[in-house]
Write a protein that binds this ligand. Structure first.
Ligand code: F3S
Length: 635
């Protein structure tokens, strides 16, 4: 067996068709997704969390107005109520703090954040999921994943000086692209694994998310033991390695000796070239940190490069250590002083600029970051060009003021890794008396989430909007900082729904019938997996979407919220329907179960057929009005 198979074999996992139903040992949430997760937990009437849950406050800590801090107070009160842990504002980025404090080799972690696979650096199967899936897992229900293939990546040889873990994952991104990991668990094995510390393995697993991988995994070995021991957690170590004759669905071999420093060009993490090819590109900003590269090792190597030097005058160098424990160790070992003396600006231990919260680059300038994503506009500046590279390349470039091959620096400094970190758990609040403690605290920006309604026996409805092909979730509900502040306020998000598709839609909202349908072309709901693009229209009566085809995740989100996705059996019928026609569906539940729904267009007096292809579980969810109702009735 490979490591992935061994982890599944040691857990309660059942196979339902092409899906695996998995019960995670641990769950993590972060504040940007967490408020909605806990509002859903509340709506389902869950009184106590089943798995071990840690709620992190790490994304939006800038507190520019009351709404942000209101969210934090709500999360803290919910943690006490549910009997779960809370990592307080200022304690660090969820994936780094979780790695330090909770990750266990051989376990399963589910998180409402796409970089949850960082845990694979210490041999734990980490998977990122949508907020509702996570809320349901907190209730003790399984998490369903499409059965993944296992891609075995054999590492041979060892990295040359100045070549890093970041270069390994950038190499894979270049080779496999941002779609290359979809439906796969990427498992690393071979002699080269021994040459990498957990810090480095975590960087690699973190950015497996950029390939769309379900998860990434390293074995748990003596390096994992040394890492856990340095954190006073040796009791959590267990050996975990693939059998000598383990099989993989696919295999790739990387000879680490042949790699060189790499860099991702704007605006995609797989737009990778050698640093030599980018050399000389002028920079305005360099940002070091994020859940990808904010470990003590990353901070120490940057400090060793900058020691007794000053950054170039055209550079703003911002650094976010991954956790308070890392920051504390940096202050003990002198790493912090070396960075400050060189001109670095030390920010709070938080996601910050990675999420476009603060430190937006100047208009039209280049920013070099050690982060994992460089999509257009993510930095907060629409016309900024963001490059991604290792901390080593970033530090050397900070001295020259332009992208520079780190090998120019001369000999690569050696850094000492701490054998023992100080105890640091006082910023993680543990439930004192178990679940049920205190009142739930809610500021005015926090509103309940909408619940779907069960499928009626017959349905009369009208179309509220007809749209063309390739409508994205951004078209349905825009993203951006303004909308981020409304994540826990569905009613106030309503005026923005469909605003890009129909500028007048907000004027019609008050006149919409109780239930209505949306008529769409091909690939409806493409783009980001944002669940609000379903929740918000559902809250004002969207009960059906009849489309030529759907983006996969959007279709599943519709079902999760009790909105029925139907596809035209004959695309010509899409043309025949007018935007405000009225319809009737008879014996709706029976028709859904036969996977074919016949609809009568009352306005134009004709019938048309639609297909659904639902699994048994999906039919059950739709009949009950979505996943929250399903769980609510079950518990
Ligand atoms: Fe935070 Fe950026 Fe990671 S937003 S969790 S540091 S991808």
């Amino acid at each position: 067996m490979n490591v992935f198979q061994k982890i599944l074999a040691s857990h309660e996992v059942s196979c339902e068709g092409d899906e695996l139903a998995v019960f995670p040992d641990q769950v993590l949430t972060q504040d940007a997704t967490g408020t909605v997760v806990f509002l859903q937990v509340e709506a389902m009437g869950i009184k106590k969390a089943k798995p071990d849950v840690v709620s992190y406050i790490d994304h939006n800590t800038l507190q520019v107005d009351f709404r942000n801090h209101d969210d934090h107070r709500y999360l803290q009160s919910m943690a006490a109520k549910l009997g779960i842990k809370l990592s307080r504002t200022g304690n660090g980025i969820c994936h780094q703090v979780h790695l330090e404090n909770f990750v266990k080799p051989g376990g399963i972690l589910l998180g409402s954040d796409s970089h949850t696979p960082t845990a694979g650096g210490a041999g734990m199967l980490g998977m990122g999921a949508g907020g509702l899936d996570v809320a349901v897992a907190i209730a003790g229900e399984p998490y369903y994943i499409a059965k993944p293939q296992v891609l075995g990546v054999e590492l041979t040889g060892c990295l040359k000086p100045w070549v890093t873990a970041k270069d390994i994952i950038l190499y894979l991104l270049k080779k496999l692209t941002v779609k290359g990991g979809v439906g796969k668990v990427i498992e690393y094995f071979g002699e080269g694994v021994k040459t990498l510390s957990v810090y480095e393995r975590a960087t690699i697993c973190n950015m497996g998310a950029e390939m769309g991988a379900t998860s990434s995994l390293f074995p748990s070995d003596e390096n994992t033991f040394a890492y856990l021991k340095s954190l006073r957690r040796e009791q959590d170590w267990a050996e975990l390695k693939a059998d000598a004759d383990a099989a993989y669905d696919e295999r790739i071999t990387i000879d680490l000796t042949t790699l060189e420093p790499l860099i991702a060009f704007p605006h995609s993490p797989d737009h990778v070239k050698t640093v030599t090819e980018a050399e000389g590109t002028p920079l305005g900003q360099i940002a070091i940190g994020s859940c990808t590269n904010s470990s003590y090792k990353d901070m120490a190597i940057v400090a060793a490069i900058l020691k007794d030097k000053t950054i170039a005058e055209n550079i703003s160098l911002v650094i976010t250590p991954g956790s308070r424990r890392i920051l504390s160790m940096m202050s003990q070992t002198g790493v912090l002083q070396d960075l400050v003396e060189a001109g670095a600006r030390i920010l709070e231990v938080t996601c910050g600029p990675c999420n476009g919260i603060g430190q937006a680059p100047a208009s039209g300038t280049n920013s070099l970051r050690t982060y994992n994503r460089n999509y257009r506009g993510r930095s907060g500046t629409a016309d900024a060009q963001v490059f991604l590279a290792s901390p080593e390349t970033a530090a050397v470039s900070a001295l020259y003021g332009r992208i520079t091959d780190p090998r120019k620096f001369g000999e690569c400094p050696k850094v000492d890794l701490p054998e023992r970190f100080a105890e640091s758990s006082n910023m993680i609040l543990s439930p004192r008396g178990g679940a049920g403690e205190g009142e739930i605290w809610k500021g005015p920006n926090i509103k309940p989430v909408p619940l779907g309604s069960p499928l009626p026996p017959h349905m009369d409805f009208s179309a509220a909007l007809k749209v063309k092909d390739h409508v994205s979730t951004d078209d349905i509900l825009p993203g951006g900082a303004k909308m981020l502040a409304l994540r826990s306020n569905i009613p106030d998000s309503v005026p923005y729904v469909f605003s890009r598709l129909d500028a007048q839609f907000k004027d019609k909202i008050d006149r919409l019938p109780e239930v209505w349908a949306l008529i769409a072309g091909e690939n409806f709901g493409q783009g980001s997996s944002r669940e609000h693009a379903v929740m918000v229209p559902m809250s004002i009566g969207m009960k059906l979407v009849i489309a030529k085809s759907f983006a996969r995740i959007y279709r599943q989100n519709l079902i999760n919220y009790g909105v029925v996705p139907l596809t035209f059996a004959d695309f010509d019928d899409y043309e025949k329907i007018s935007p405000h026609d009225e319809f009737h569906i008879g014996e709706f539940p029976q028709q859904i179960q036969s996977n074919r729904v016949r609809i009568y267009d009352k306005t134009q007096d004709f019938f048309f057929d639609t297909r659904c292809d639902f699994s048994r579980r999906q039919i059950e969810l739709l009949l009950q009005g979505g996943l929250m109702n399903y769980v609510k009735h079950k518990i």
